[in-house]
Ligand binder design. Structure first.
Ligand SMILES: *Cc1c(COP(=O)(O)O)cnc(C)c1O
Length: 380
């Protein structure tokens, strides 16, 4: 079924094709070309990040971060269960075991107060996921990591350009992962970036990304031949995609202000339904600067959510939910986790609904989404 109002529509700023055209003219299509460097430098500059490396996806950035954590089979990594599969897969691929922790009621981020109880002698890392572009409690998380000598890998796939106490997400831990998938704020189809804040890990990050070779050092003239020096894979993305991404990153503010308008309209209009106890709305703590990645509502029950989705579908509107908690998914159950272990995660997973939010959503379209929600609840 074609929806009149889809859940997401990638926003095109207008300069993407001409940048891709330049890329073709210069006949430099592989990774680490001019556009890749410009994207990386733009993010390093604007986010005050030590090093940013473009990758093929947010997933591959997480996989690189997991490799850089130097895990051994059986090591444990603390993370939320309420997240996308890549958060866990990156570490499982290294033989590590995800240890799932419940979330906070307000932000749906990992509950930092529950992290310490999940730490064992095998714990090596904590992976805060900045859900919906709202920061996890990084001061508390970094303090726990320092006490137990753990790495912190921020899954900032949804958190590009968002802040915590004025610092950009992805730059607060040891490593950060960004995503430029078409469902995120700034896009290039499929893409991501690894942020490295540990100076001593920068060289190894470049090597892992370049198939385990020192090719980056070779191009800078630091070594006279390039060769196999470590494990690695092909994590760098084509300069064609970087050209597309540069156009988007140069228009970050415009994209964010369009998303902000949509977000604030939902927040303002739906407040009346929240006051009547029919739903709860997202919370952004004062010290967190959101990037307006997502607008969700939390309904009273799974049954109401199912009926609301159906009501919206009939009106040509697509609203979606996520995540199946990782601990109750087949992979999580296979690791010995069971339903009932993380009550808040399970409850939110049943009741949260994401509304259409993209930079190109018109006021008329959004009004239609809002009035259908009011109609569903029989509130005029
Ligand atoms: C989107 C997303 C990812 C994966 O990013 P891709 O670029 O699609 O690989 C990882 N974690 C979270 C929380 C995400 O939202």
């Amino acid at each position: 079924m074609a929806y009149r109002i889809p859940f997401n529509k990638p926003f095109v700023v207008g300069t993407e094709l001409s940048y891709i055209g330049q890329c073709l003219e210069e006949a430099k299509l592989c990774g680490d070309g001019r556009f890749t460097k410009e994207c990386q430098e733009l993010m390093q500059r604007e986010f005050s990040a030590t090093q940013v490396l473009l990758t093929t996806s947010g997933t591959s950035a997480l996989e690189m971060a997991a490799m850089l954590c130097e895990l051994e089979p059986g090591d444990e990594v603390v993370m939320p269960s309420y997240t996308f599969v890549s958060t866990a897969n990156a570490f499982v691929l290294r033989g590590a075991k995800p240890v799932f922790v419940d979330i906070r009621t307000d932000t749906k981020n990992i509950d930092e107060a529950l992290i310490e109880a999940a730490i064992t002698p095998r714990t090596r890392a904590i992976v805060p996921v900045h859900y919906a572009g709202v920061a996890c409690e990084m001061d508390a998380i970094n303090a726990i990591a320092a006490r137990h000598d753990l790495r912190v890998v921020e899954d900032a796939a949804q958190g590009v350009d968002a802040t915590y106490r004025g610092a950009y997400l992805g730059t607060l831990g040891d490593f950060g992962a960004y995503s430029f998938h078409e469902t995120k704020n700034f896009v290039c189809g499929e893409g991501g970036a690894l942020v490295t804040t540990r100076a001593e890990a920068i060289e190894r990050a470049e090597i892992i990304r370049e198939k385990g070779t020192n090719r980056s050092q070779f191009f800078r003239g630091q070594v006279d031949k390039y060769t196999w020096v470590d494990v690695g894979s092909s994590f760098l993305s084509s300069d064609i995609l970087a050209a597309f991404l540069l156009a988007q990153l140069q228009n970050k503010q415009r994209i964010t202000s369009l998303r902000k308008r949509v977000y604030e309209t939902y927040a303002r209009q739906l407040q009346r339904l929240e006051q009547r106890g029919l739903m709860s709305l997202p919370v952004v703590p004062d010290h967190c600067g959101t990037n307006y990645h997502m607008f969700y509502i939390v309904l009273e029950s799974l049954e109401i959510r199912t009926r609301l989705i159906e009501h919206l579908r009939k009106a040509g509107i697509l609203a979606v939910f996520h995540y199946v908690p990782l601990h109750t998914a087949p992979m999580g159950l296979g690791m010995g986790y069971r339903a009932g272990m993380l009550p808040l995660t399970e409850s939110i997973s049943d009741r949260l609904l994401r509304l259409p939010l993209y930079a190109g959503l018109s006021s008329e379209e959004q009004d239609s989404v809002i009035s259908e929600i009011f109609a569903f609840f029989g509130v005029g």
